[in-house]
Design a protein around this ligand. Structure first.
Ligand code: BDR
Ligand code: CA
Length: 333
């Protein structure tokens, strides 16, 4: 199904926004595509990036934290980075299980200078998210691009947590298919119990799964377009895309996490359907599968907006524009 092309930003002044900023926390397992989502978020003037919280996933949490801190320091941004969960709820998913895809540090072959002198935020992720959400009295939104462990901990530890979250957007799952096995997507597969806790909570959720993120691909041509922006931010992203695409037979890089960012800030590029979603926490072969009841056969209350189609060109234009904005020091920090 084609989504009509609609230009929703003005190319002549893309970094100029006078509207009230939407506060967000980005919870991630950086990770190549997480890092691209962070750079794009830095270029989103309509968003206030309250902090970045780290979770075990693509690489161990310690490496995620180092990547996030190094990246923000490298780009000269002063945004809190919080340490977070280093193990999933049920500790049978290998820490750093995504390292095969993202390289041993999580950033492929891209090396950032060590930012040892930048302290981490004192509070750990779940506490930070809770307190910042409470302070904003229901306005805070979450973008989760890794396993859901930190969010589930916040829900369990703070009975009023959900009252303070406006919306949660996540990259994870698939209505059909998987990338760990036939039926499991990586972020959900790492910590299905956490996802079950989040999806059973009253927090309004948007799921951006492999059904759409596998379509959101950058080519070598896109890489060159980004590189030619010639900013620190753009060259970093282009180098990541070069690494990501070199791992694929047909030289393309999948923008899983940046598309989840777009679902929050540029929903015009996605088509969604609201339905009931839960995750399989048991199952001999399907633990971590997301059951998205798109045909409404289970007669359960819809709890999630699921992305079912994407206008790839519209999305890519938006993403490249945000990377360009980040380089012009629009946006955060
Ligand atoms: C998801 O898993 C990770 O490898 C990516 O960063 C993305 O969040 C895709 O399955
Ligand atoms: Ca990720």
């Amino acid at each position: 199904m084609a989504i009509p092309l609609r230009r929703c930003f003005r190319p002549e002044s893309p970094c100029q926004h006078s509207m009230k900023k939407r506060p967000f926390i980005l919870d991630c397992d950086t990770g190549t595509d997480d890092a691209i989502a962070i750079v794009a978020a830095l270029g989103c003037e309509e968003m206030e990036l309250v902090g970045i919280t780290c979770v075990n996933g693509n690489v161990p949490e310690e490496d995620v934290a180092r990547n996030n801190r190094n990246l923000l320091a490298y780009l000269g941004r002063n945004i809190p980075v919080c340490r977070g969960a280093w193990l999933p709820f049920s500790a049978n998913r290998r820490t750093g299980a995504g390292a095969g895809v993202h390289g041993s540090t999580g950033l492929g072959t891209v090396e950032l200078p060590e930012a040892k002198s930048c302290p981490f935020e004192e509070r750990i992720a779940a506490q930070f998210i809770y307190e910042e959400a409470k302070k904003r009295n229901g306005e805070l939104e979450l973008l989760v691009t890794g396993p859901m462990t930190n969010i589930a901990i916040a829900i369990i530890e703070h009975p009023d947590f959900c009252d303070y979250i406006r919306h949660l957007y996540f990259m994870g799952g698939a209505a059909a298919g998987g990338n760990v096995n036939n039926t499991e997507e990586f972020n959900i597969w790492v910590d299905p119990e956490a996802v079950h806790i989040v999806l059973s909570s009253p927090i309004p959720c948007t799921m951006v799964g492999l059904d759409v993120t596998n379509l959101a691909i950058m080519t070598r041509e896109d890489e060159e377009r980004i590189r030619s922006l010639n900013t620190k931010e753009a060259v970093f992203v282009a180098d990541l895309i070069r690494y990501m695409s070199s791992r694929e037979k047909i030289l393309l890089a999948r923008m899983h996490d940046p598309l989840a960012l777009a679902s929050a800030l540029f929903p015009e590029c996605l088509e969604t359907k609201t339905c009931f979603v839960d995750t399989e926490c048991r199952g001999t072969y399907t633990r971590g599968h997301t059951a998205a009841d798109l045909r409404n056969r289970r007669n359960r209350e819809p709890n999630t907006e699921v992305a079912v189609n994407v206008n790839v060109e519209l999305f890519k234009d938006w993403l490249i524009e945000k990377i360009a904005c980040a380089g012009r020091k629009g946006g955060q920090g």
